[in-house]
Design a protein around this ligand. Sequence first.
Ligand code: C5P
Length: 407
Amino acid sequence: MSNSSPLRGKRIVLGVGGGIAAYKSVELMRRLMDCGAFVSPVLTKASLRFVGETTFSALGSESARTSLWDAGDPIPHTRLGQQADLVLVAPATADLIARYAAGIADELLTTTLVATNAPVVMVAAMHTEMWQHPSVVENIATLRRRGVVVIEPEIGRLAGGDIGVGRLASTGSVVEIIEEIFDGSTRALSGRKVLVTAGGTREAIDPVRYIGNRSSGKQGIAFAKAAARYGAEVTLVCTVPFESEPGINVIEVESAQEMFEAVSDAAGGFDLVVMAAAVADFRSKEISPTKIKKSHGAPQLVLEPTPDILAYLGSVKPKNQVLVGFAAETGGVEAEARRKLKDKNTDFVVANNVLEQDAGFGVDTNRVTLVFEDSALVLDLDDKRRIANRVLSFVAEWAGKNGVWSD
Ligand code: C5P
């Protein structure tokens, strides 16, 4: 049992929808209770075809409820809705999402959703085709506009053996997002405009070859997703493929020059810029219009510097903008980061040592030091998603304390 969890003592209504992933909400309920939450299970009629009421009654903090019309409690929906600190729906099916978006209150769970002022989290799970259907996409956009947190499904094996996006997010990530909500950070970027760059640039030599680097774009994309989850309107300037998500507008670029143009055009209007891309420092001075032939011998490449996008942004930075740069180093990490902080006029530098095997390029984890003013915050090894969450929470709090975002 975790004593430090922000879920401790919180009342959570756990709504279970009628999807095959309903069996996973048993485990989710246990994890929430392990964190010290008081969990009231509410099962839809359809969910009872997948899971049993007894299981949830036996394991929940109180008996499972399945009906608006239980004897002895004439208004369970208002009681549940008013007392809840959070209503969590897992799995949230296409049907439940549609009913909630339309304000339909036709059974205990939907009535509780309409009757509550507590934050609502919907953990979506359904078949890929359903998830991509325009009605589902629009209903989710509607719910998000109203402040509902929708946790998107993951890619994996689905009912019937299909593989695709649709699988319920892992219990660990759902619990983590709920902890963030109770930590008060989730809407930390609500109404903010955030620009994130991600991936390594490619500098063409000829139509086939380029000078590149090992950046996978994972950390930058994690920043874009975290900012969107925190309520920001995000622009992601990216060199790696990224299927657009609600709240994230993607601009695909390849070279440092293209990234410079995409970023410099709009940079002034952003409250926060996270320059996570690994931008090449040099490019070939000449780009051959045709493939350079091996038979002509080793070519002599003459390099020239690329525009330093971050330094440019630092030089034109408006007062109310927070600028975050990155420093991928192979030694003297903090000193290098501090030098960049000053030279490029950034507010923060996220520094890491790319020689560490479990941090930096390509892997899903990172170990970073957030360097700012005359201080530094060391974040231990963690997955890139959590690193992004923690950096953004910290930066948003710092901006608030320092009056950078005065509105
Ligand atoms: O000086 P260095 O390349 O190590 O700085 C890294 C930081 O500067 C990163 O945030 C990177 O996105 C940014 N950068 C840039 N334009 C360049 C080179 C780096 O914006 N040409």
